[in-house]
Write a protein of this length. Structure first.
Length: 302
């Protein structure tokens, strides 16, 4: 457990989040006198040409390969949001896909041979799930459903199933679904009756029998973390509460016992906590009046 907390602490320090025992927030700030602030002047400064603004590029959705040797990510370095990969030890990235379409949310197969991602067509945001060999090659459309959005793919540990969010074109909510990797057949796990609640997969249990997911209201002012039995679809609410409150999981510990979550249960301020799956007890990691969000466990946590 000490190793686990150290890994989480290291991640939070990288994000600039104060740890428990170092509580801070807006109440502790000293007001700055506006008259004391001056901006440096530069006689050689000139307006930025409009053309330069078009050279702005971004990198998103970085994901480690199973062996930790490569990283796949989305970037518009060529003007389109495509998949690239780079060695974890640095070097120039290699373009993995070439398309005029938007491509996001890449995830490696457990054996490292495939990468699944979501892609729309002509900017319509009707996402299909696609797959490309991790070494490069032809892109395969796994779902090919023009009237359904399939998003947020999440591969099971045994490589047989992919969890996803599923929403028909005319629908108002996302449900949970699983796709069989061999047949590409999609099966719904949830049947959301509310018109303002949606589901997003978070993590598979180590034995792939349980899928952990977030169920949130559209404005994300109220949410719960659920355990979903993959075989039966049985739902277990791990964060039951009465008043409007946020509980959102982001990662499951490698031993499958603890979820890393974000919650505003602590005096209304968004903080990071550990949720014990068996007891449903919450143990706080941060105590701050700033916004803190949970991230990921390191693979070696125990």
């Amino acid at each position: 457990m000490r190793s686990l907390r150290l890994h989480i602490a290291f991640f939070l320090l990288l994000c600039g989040v104060p740890l428990m025992g170092q509580s801070s927030g807006p109440d502790e700030r000293q007001l700055t006198d506006p008259k004391s602030i001056t901006s440096p002047s530069n006689a050689n400064a000139h307006p930025i040409p409009i053309e330069d603004l078009y050279y702005t590029r971004r990198v998103t959705d970085a994901t480690w390969s199973p062996d930790g040797k490569q990283i796949v990510f989305t970037t518009d370095i060529t003007g389109r949001q495509n998949l690239w990969k780079v060695s974890a030890t640095s070097g120039w990235p290699i373009q993995l896909t070439r398309s005029d379409e938007q491509q996001y949310a890449s995830v490696w197969s457990p054996d490292g041979k495939w990468i699944i991602f979501q892609q729309d067509f002509g900017g319509n945001e009707m996402w299909d799930l696609m797959a490309v060999p991790s070494g490069g090659g032809e892109v395969v459309n796994l779902t090919n459903t023009p009237d359904i959005r399939e998003e947020s793919p999440l591969w099971s540990h045994d490589g047989r199933m992919i969890a996803l969010s599923h929403k028909p074109r005319q629908g108002t909510v996302y449900n949970l679904a699983v796709m069989d990797w061999a047949t590409h057949k999609v099966r719904l796990l949830t049947d959301e009756k509310s018109k303002d609640r949606s589901w997003r997969p978070v993590a598979w249990s180590p034995d792939d029998k349980t899928l952990y997911a977030n169920r949130a209201v559209a404005g994300h002012t109220d949410s719960n973390v659920y355990a979903v039995d993959v075989a039966s679809g049985k739902l277990t609410d791990l964060t039951p509460h009465q008043a409007e409150m946020v509980y959102e999981a982001s990662s499951l510990s490698p031993d499958g016992k603890t979820l890393l979550i974000t919650s505003n249960q602590k005096q209304g301020y968004q903080n990071v906590a550990l949720l014990d799956v068996a007891s449903q007890k919450v143990k706080w990691v941060t105590d701050t009046k700033w916004e803190a969000r949970s991230g990921d466990y390191s693979p070696s946590s125990n």
